[in-house]
Write a protein that binds this ligand. Structure first.
Ligand SMILES: [Zn+2]
Length: 309
């Protein structure tokens, strides 16, 4: 046992001390005592070196972190950098690349829950796009930065996002976190993937506590489920390829290949009929009617959307 052995050494030490003090100090004994104290000093000396080494390492680590912060800012944080609008690129005249590889390998899920309560896509009932997804969350749950980056804005929109945060990331993506109850960051703060940035809530246009989460590339709202596999709390691939062509029909529209819920919509054009649309989407008129809650004789108007899947 450890205790026993320490005790053993302790008794030996006492015996040794008693012996040396009791007996007349012979040269041999003095020699061994001085050897011992020399060894002791050497030990202390080497110990102090170890401490110095630790301190140097710590200082070096600290200095490198300082240096990291002093590195010249990447262009990603200077072009179209402002703290007013969700889409900082709109109207800037900046050219959006046709294709862009985005490194999404160093990520963190934005909240603990992986339950999607509302998908990305066109909301026919409201006649507008839902540019992100809703994740189940309670008021006060921690919201975390999805990637390394810098806080672009923290704002309040009574009829929209409520309290929300927009972050820009080194990989060029931007993420939006909405309906929050509290900010833990402010504009221009640097944060790492996984750092807490806010607490979730139920502010703005929200019918219950949840986290509204968007992923955007230069203003284009990408379906977050095209990048993240929420169910398995991971990303689908290390590199996500943004392809502007998939947004051709309308800016910010859902890329067809990632129709998240399996639902698909057709924008009605002049001259369209239910049978024409049914033929085009390899479905039947009665299925279209059932999906949209309309009768076969219903008038369909150009510009409106019709659910086809
Ligand atoms: Zn939402």
């Amino acid at each position: 046992m450890k205790f026993k052995s320490i005790f053993g050494y302790f008794s030996l030490g006492l015996t040794f001390a008693a012996l040396t003090s009791a007996s007349s100090a012979s040269a041999q004994n003095l020699q061994s005592v001085s050897n011992y104290s020399q060894a002791h000093e050497d030990l202390l000396a080497s110990q102090s070196h170890i401490l110095d080494q630790i301190k140097v390492d710590e200082v070096q680590e600290f200095a490198s972190k300082l240096y990291e912060d002093l590195e010249p800012e990447s262009e990603v944080f200077s072009i179209c950098w402002e703290s007013e609008h969700v889409d900082a690129y709109a109207g800037s005249g900046i050219e959006i690349p046709d294709k862009q590889d985005i490194d999404v390998s160093d990520y963190c899920m934005p909240c603990t829950s992986n339950v999607i309560t509302s998908n990305y896509g066109y909301r026919r009932r409201f006649g507008r796009m839902h540019k992100g997804i809703d994740l189940r969350a309670q008021v006060g749950d921690t919201v975390r930065a999805a990637f390394d980056g810098k806080i672009r804005l923290t704002k309040y929109e009574r009829r929209g996002y409520g309290y929300y945060v927009v972050m820009r990331h080194e990989n060029g993506l931007e993420t939006v976190y909405g309906h929050l109850s509290r900010f833990l960051v402010k504009p221009n703060d640097y944060v790492k993937a996984g750092d807490p940035i806010a607490l979730s809530g139920n502010t703005g246009r929200s019918t219950g506590p949840h986290l509204h989460f968007e992923t955007r590339f230069m203003g284009y709202a990408i379906n977050p489920t095209a990048i993240f596999d929420f169910k398995n709390r991971t990303t689908h691939t290390d590199v996500y390829t943004f392809n502007k062509r998939t947004y051709k029909r309308s800016r910010n529209y859902a890329p067809a290949s990632y129709a998240s819920s399996g639902k698909q919509y057709h924008k009605i054009r002049r001259g369209d009929s239910l049978s024409k649309i049914a033929a085009r989407y390899h479905t039947t008129v009665s299925k279209l009617c059932a999906l949209n809650g309309i009768s076969r004789n219903a008038t369909i108007r150009a510009g409106r959307s019709l659910r086809v899947r």
